[in-house]
Design a binder for this molecule. Structure first.
Ligand code: SAM
Length: 323
């Protein structure tokens, strides 16, 4: 089991398979993806080696993210490789919903267990203002298809933004309440690229939690191993509402996740200073070295991020690492 000096254990790996993104979310990549002459993203073989190593060391769930993972033509193959890795119990995907209806059944056949779909508004003009695309109809039919597909877990990720979708909070909750899904509000995080935007748009998750309480939503107790997300349910509603609240007290104490970028760098914290290059170890004859290296690097995992002081480390935007 991978463990850090604070005693936190790690069962969850977030694996970015591309930096490339086709949307221009105004809090993340407002000018779109910029290719900075980077090396190739992880290959299928690289991914297989990483999955085997992390599974040997206690990782049980892998989430594919990006950039936009759906832009990888071999996404079904990647899912299948992860699913067939001994020890991996759950393969999940975070996507902006691009061509979801077209690909979902192939991803499911390959073994996808859970999907998080980003949807920042139910109003077409507002959505376009936030993500830079006319995508609402496709997005909503992709979400409905995911529900109908019977996939074990469907979550919808929404970043609440004071100057944009915050006024639609009740509408979003009412929509989710009637569907068998979890609407997950992600508190806007400051990155190196979005400082002014952050100051104008950050909405505290605590504020939203109070609002939900006042409407009869009740916080569900979760096991410590479930990670830092908080979840609310309502006695008369099928849907659930959750939070990722990185600015809340003790958020990092329940950290159960590690991250690898599409450039094969291990990130011990989403807002750390550097990623550690694992590429030299991604060879069939270096697996023991890879295991040793990861265990050794974990001793550098910081206690907590420093977002409260406006320090987002080397993270220019979340598309770099996968959020
Ligand atoms: N392209 C995929 C997507 O849109 O879901 C996966 C990558 S994206 C970086 C993962 C999640 O991070 C999305 O739900 C996105 O809204 C969220 N995100 C990006 N930048 C963020 C920020 N600065 N603060 C909070 N959430 C952010």
């Amino acid at each position: 089991m991978l463990q850090d000096p604070q005693g936190r254990t790690f069962s969850y790996l977030r694996l970015s398979i591309t930096d490339l993104c086709n949307y221009r979310c105004n809090y993340c990549l407002p000018d779109g993806f910029e290719c900075e002459g980077k090396a190739h993203s992880l290959s299928l073989d690289n991914i297989a080696i990483l999955a085997e190593s992390f599974a040997r060391n206690g990782i049980r769930k892998i989430r594919l993210t990006g950039g936009e993972p759906a832009l990888r033509r071999d996404l079904s193959d990647i899912i299948a490789v992860l699913k067939q890795t001994p020890g991996i119990e759950k393969v999940a995907l975070t996507t902006n919903g691009y061509q979801l209806s077209r690909h979902l059944s192939a991803w499911q056949q390959a073994g996808l267990d859970a999907i998080n779909i980003s949807c920042d508004s139910l109003d077409p003009r507002m959505l376009k203002a936030i993500i830079g695309r006319d995508a609402l109809d496709d997005l909503l039919s992709g979400i409905d298809q995911a529900i109908e597909s019977g996939i074990a877990s469907v979550k919808v990720n929404t970043v609440l933004l004071r100057q944009y979708n915050y006024a639609q909070l009740d509408e979003l909750v009412a929509w989710a309440a009637e569907k068998p899904l979890t609407l997950r509000f992600i508190e806007l995080m400051q990155t190196a690229d979005n400082g002014d935007y952050f100051r104008a748009n950050h909405v505290s998750a605590e504020h939203v939690a109070h609002h939900l309480h006042s409407k009869g939503w009740v916080e569900t107790l979760r096991e410590r191993s479930a990670g830092p997300a908080r979840e609310f349910s309502h006695p008369n509603k099928v849907g659930k509402v959750g939070f990722i609240a990185p600015y809340s007290k003790d958020f990092c104490k329940s950290c159960n996740r590690l991250r690898i970028s599409s450039q094969a760098k291990l990130h011990l914290c989403l807002f750390g200073d550097a990623g550690y290059d694992l590429r030299p170890y991604l060879h069939a004859d270096k697996q023991a070295l890879l295991d040793q290296q990861v265990a050794a690097l974990l001793t550098h995992k910081p206690d907590a991020h420093h977002l409260h002081g406006g320090n987002s480390g080397a993270t220019k935007h979340l598309a770099m690492i996968g959020g």
